[in-house]
Design a protein around this ligand. Structure first.
Ligand SMILES: Cc1ncc(COP(=O)(O)O)c(C=O)c1O
Length: 359
């Protein structure tokens, strides 16, 4: 019991595990170090994007445009969706927090696959709602039959991560359509497509296509990964105006900085060049996956900028072995290790450890 003279917090905070960011690489005897623990884009900013952000920084004494008008208009033109169907936030994870704040509280349930994005359980728990985690299939995909069975009268939101972080596979169009056909229309289905630009599988679901016909679908995307703006925190949501309006009500005023807005707008203007970099990362992904499989690793299909190694009890030991080479990766103790596709020298250092591990 809390003594009378101590500050009182909401009970749902009691078991909230703090979000663990990917570790920076440890220094090793002057050799270069690499960070493959946060699914960041290894390319530095394009000059035009950097120039736009630098110019915007000169206005740091002013609040940014709270309505993000220019960025919303650019996104509207890019995706062919009305501005009323768009919201921007400080990363797509912020939009997820706002959305959950707008929809669920004590007594409500949020269904999602597990293992998936590590922010989901935290975001749900902070609202006081209950997470209902549905195990992935043996090949690390969403199990929609089991997710359907997990839906109850208390379910208000379902989170679908495609491609799935940290395992890599996508949700296919026919799978999600069949699922949406059985989900009650008053349950919101959030399609988290943070890695959408890295997908090459043709049967993949496209959340933006889907939302046009389904009022209970909300799409989350981000400038953090393919567009290389992780440090500026800009994500966007596409959904029907009632859903987007609820998100906007929960957003912090002036959240997305002027610098971030300028960089995002400039990135859309040079999208072709940025997506060429994504193509190069996809080629590198194929090289890494091929090398791992040749070394005897059973790697799930990755449609993202990372690969997943199921290591069970060896997870932490493996992560430490890679760290000893100056490369940080992301261990999920007892489960597996997620390794971002980064600079080829970094990928080679990781592959060296992975090959040796199998011998
Ligand atoms: C599946 C997924 N969704 C959302 C995010 C959040 O991205 P951001 O908040 O940087 O837009 C991430 C970041 O790692 C992610 O992996």
């Amino acid at each position: 019991m809390t003594p009378d003279n101590e500050v009182r917090f909401r009970a749902c905070l009691d078991d909230v595990a703090a979000y663990k960011p990917g570790r920076p690489p440890a220094r090793t005897d002057g050799r270069p170090t690499y960070k493959l623990s946060s699914n960041e884009n290894p390319y530095p900013p394009l000059p035009g994007v950097l120039a736009a952000a630098t110019e915007a920084a000169a206005q740091m004494n002013r609040y940014p445009d709270m309505g993000c008008v220019e960025l919303l208009e650019a996104l509207s033109a890019r995706f062919g969706v009305p501005v009323s169907d768009l919201a921007v936030g400080t990363g797509s994870v912020a939009l997820l927090y706002h959305l959950l704040q707008a929809t669920v509280s004590e007594g409500d349930e949020v269904v999602y696959a597990w293992r998936s994005f590590e922010a989901y359980p935290i975001a749900v728990q902070l609202t006081g709602a209950t997470s209902v985690q549905v195990p992935l299939t043996a090949d690390a995909r969403h199990d929609f039959k089991a997710m359907e069975a997990a839906i109850t009268e208390r379910t208000k939101v379902v989170l679908v991560c495609t491609p799935n972080n940290p395992t890599g596979p996508v949700v296919r169009r026919n799978e999600l359509l069949a699922f949406l056909d059985v989900v009650p229309s008053n349950v919101l289905v959030v399609v988290d497509e943070a890695y959408r630009e890295f997908v090459r599988e043709t049967e993949v679901v496209d959340g933006v296509e889907l939302y046009r016909e389904r009022p209970n679908v909300l799409v989350l995307r981000t400038f953090s990964k393919a567009y290389g703006l992780a440090g500026f925190r800009v994500g966007y949501a596409i959904g029907h105006p009632e859903v987007v309006g609820a998100i906007r009500k929960c957003a912090l005023p002036f959240g997305v900085s002027y610098v971030a807005q300028a960089a995002a707008i400039a990135s859309l203007a040079v999208e072709e060049e940025l997506l060429e970099r994504v193509d190069a990362l996809v080629v590198e992904r194929a090289r890494v996956v091929g090398a791992l499989r040749a070394a005897g690793w059973d790697v799930p299909e990755s449609e993202t900028n990372f690969v997943w190694l199921e290591l069970g009890d060896d997870t932490v030991k493996f992560a430490e072995a890679v760290q000893a080479e100056g490369v940080s990766v992301r261990p999920f103790p007892g489960d597996g290790v997620r390794v971002t596709i980064g600079e080829s020298e970094a990928n080679d250092l990781f592959l060296g450890v992975a090959r040796a591990w199998r011998q």
